[in-house]
Design a protein around this ligand. Sequence first.
Ligand code: UPG
Length: 483
Amino acid sequence: MASFEPCRAKMVAEGIAQSAISAFESSFNSLVSGNTGFIPESTITPVPELVHTDSISAEPNAALLSQTVVLKLNGGLGTGMGLDKAKSLLEVKNGDTFLDLTAKQVMCMRKEFGQKVKFMLMNSFSTSEDTLDFFRTKYPNIAAENGLEMLQNKVPKLDATTFEPATCASDPNNEWCPPGHGDLYAALIGSGSLAALIEGGYKYMFVSNSDNLGATLDLKILTHFATTEASFMMECCERTENDKKGGHLAIRNSDNHLILRESAMCAAEDEPAFQDITKHRFFNTNNLWIRLDKLQEIVDKFGGFIPLPMIMNSKTVDPKDDSSQKVIQLETAMGAAIECFDGASAVVVPRTRFAPVKKCDDLLLLRSDAYIITEDFRPVLNPACGGVAPIIALDSKKYKLVGALEEATSGGVPSLVNCKRLAIKGSIRMNRSTRFVGNVSITNTSDESKFVTGKIEDVDLDVSDAVGLGALKPTVVKSSPIS
Ligand code: UPG
């Protein structure tokens, strides 16, 4: 069986905290003992029902705020959308980035509650510099706060056959990867933040993804978390057809414990069950509430770390070179800790608490008039949409990267407020005068980008033969209302 010692030596030499080494060793041992990380459908039961926060009647208790810390996960680069900087530095609306809106939410929350709610970021070695520069320049008061940044760890990529640490002579940085957001716990322990927070009288932590601007500190939910004395609480949403990725909540048959099954923890044969939203109805928003004292108890019990289920990803050591050494990257998910906490719970929250940006489709929608920014800086669906967000299906080959979307909308973002469904195939340009209304489908099979502007309502347009670029008045080749 492969030994962990080469990994340990590499991590020690790099100065990585013991908590992260222990957490990685736990994942490594799971890997070498033949574990795939998959959670078979036969071992779990769907969660039948959960409390809806809408039905909670507890009187909000503002006194809890002084014991609460808000933390945003900000380690991701948004490489999936073609970004090489923190995804949260992407502009969302009116010149504001995710981090602008987050900073404004924090300031607003402090003003509203009249207390200095503690705010933290978990950055990675890839996002730290840009993020801190951003705060220093635009929000110097927040930048100056003690303990704003907690840096996440890095772990070695493993050779796919020997499980030894991988090497990459052309760029040794490629030998390391982020350990996933489950690293939150190792980072809290290793940086001393957990001990310092508990020492400072903090009891509750609210964590969420930095690309989810719906996840603000909600006093009613905090009060529910405190009064129910749950050790850990996951905010879930009822799944829709759009929520195929991410992770869902389940009950483990062996001990009736709540667990999280991420899509990467699902074997191909269980994919249909995973995707069955009538079966597994509740998915993880990654808005989590954690009792810091209970976390410390688990850490003490396991000798300095929290044993999370391992997630295995197969890649190449140089992400830009498919022919480079085949590696395994081990990750863990923050929400998977639900299985480690006795007395963990989950609640259903309104959709307004979940507005993630995973693809250019989400970004286009958020940037459009289908979303408005509230006074407390949350993006919410424009009431004119009638409670249902337009469904956007951009050509994934053409609009995978943010740059392509920005080019397509360089003349301005189209109106989507009256749109029900927009499907775009091929390369299309729009501008601020483009208004999509009802069900619209546009196809361009030519290599040349085509421009659509003005009101485009309930049509199935093929603009392949239209004159390319320039102010195009698209001829409706195939015009039929789409049901
Ligand atoms: N992140 C880190 N460090 C890492 C990896 C991610 O800080 O090593 C951050 C990242 O910046 C982002 C957040 O964690 O803010 C989420 O990361 P991402 O890779 O986008 O996770 P998702 O695919 O969105 O999945 C998470 C949960 C899943 C849940 C979903 C809701 O794992 O269970 O359904 O969020 O969006």
